[in-house]
Design a protein around this ligand. Sequence first.
Ligand code: CTP
Ligand code: CA
Length: 229
Amino acid sequence: DKWFANQNRLAGKTILVTAGGTREAIDPVRFIGNRSSGKMGLAVVQAALAAGAKVIAVIGQVQVEFPNHPNLMVKKVTTTAEMLATTAASFEKADALVMAAAVADFRPAVVADQKIKKQISQDELTISLVKNPDILATLGAKKNHQIVMGFAAETNDLLQNAQVKLAKKHADYIVANDVSQVGSGFGVATDQVTILQPNRAPEKWPLLSKQEVGERLINILAKRWQQSK
Ligand code: CTP
Ligand code: CA
């Protein structure tokens, strides 16, 4: 398909991509984090750049390097609150948001301003957590022209759980990933995902490299814009 090989098919579009994991401080030397590598987000960024788009990448903790590219702006963040503020600041100028980041759902209710000493807690330490804002749900509710794509990492009841996220977060697409499956999810090079859309049957993709998943996700956006021309 010639059109899919067109390296300028996303010219004029701006894709906002979040990647990696957010971190929440417990005290000056400790944090709560997650195992996200940033690979999926990077794959989406690379595919979008290859298709001629401008890309704004809001990245938390990652284990991969983002390229130097004239069409790529990288904004580094640490916490969920920072990721929300930074992503929201670019949302209006974006044509699509792809929320590939693994966002910390909770943060410590208080951040100790000095290192917590083990003596004070004796044999047990309890850290109270409060819920973080949901970036995808917040921006999904504010979308006007943007296409909004989220992910769902599930260990059980994949389609049911992902369907709830699709509706609750006002997403146009949810990329559902069964992370209990060997070869799919955190840290591995491949993913077997199912694409959910409102009022459409779920579409199960084969086991693909993260790079191929990224390319197919960008093709979904390109096709949609092509059709609305
Ligand atoms: N997400 C977000 N803000 C949060 C939590 C998640 O924007 N505070 C986004 C993720 O980037 C992803 C989607 O929402 O695109 C689903 O994330 P996931 O962790 O699978 O779902 P949650 O809604 O957090 O529910 P749970 O972790 O309980 O399954
Ligand atoms: Ca979560």
